[in-house]
Design a protein around this ligand. Sequence first.
Ligand code: OXD
Length: 310
Amino acid sequence: MEIVFASEQEADPQSWVAALRDAMPEAQVRLWGDGQPEGRADFAVVWAPPADLFAREPRLRALFNLGAGVDALLRLPGLPQDLPLVRLEDGGMAVQMAEYALYHVLRESRDFGRYERQQAAGLWQPLDDIDRDAWTVGVLGAGAMGARVAQACAALEYPTAVWSRSGRAVPGTESFGGESGLAAFLARTRVLVNALPLTDATRGILCRRTFDQLRPDAVVINIARGGHLVEADLLAALNDGRLRAAALDVFEPEPLPPGHPFWADARIRVTPHIAGASLMDRTVRQIADKIRALGRGEPITGVVDRERQY
Ligand code: OXD
């Protein structure tokens, strides 16, 4: 069995190749473009792969993505229609995303930014006690990431709801589903966390119409994809006081261009797509287990539904 690792963005592809070799001594693992003969790979492990991968590796039986989001893969020219795509289910990302979202929920609800400014001014001044009912959290997306974020917020007793297309239940939280459930979900939400896959149906979901339905003085946290956000609508909603703050980890394009207005806006917290990194050990173990299961003819989870786009 041969596996090719192909990424145009991964900083240290050799270490992924080494980890895959350790996890699957039975396989030949090769780095894309290493000068070895091509065209014999059974599986590809990829993150932002080159577009000619499919023409040069025509025998692929499945493509494993190093991340949960497959939006960029689905846009890749030449992607064979019938090639199974497998997304990463949770390679250690979900708990990190929960930390990221919770950090911003805590920071806003406890007004820690204000305490930082008070310290700088040498001011000893307790603020009002927190009223948790005023800090309702709403998570868009009930997949592995969204569910983990929601459970973390609920564990700290923030009234938490989850919205998804199907209305999938997440224990300890209220669930809403479909178009019909969205308005009620937004109307009860003060902190909106986006953990949706980027699809034709969800592109631009973080827009003025959505912001206008949230509770007053709302906060938006985007840990999914830059394409979910209509940037001009976010700035307008911050400017007219509809939103209080935003925490953004993802952008379109990335990196966020120099001079972009988000960089210097004190109401927006910008991070460089770090909310949930795929941890090498767990990721490689998950992929190795799935490749072995396929080899035994067993079904695997995480196969992308091309119609749904996730
Ligand atoms: C992912 C990501 O898709 O890291 O997992 O963005």
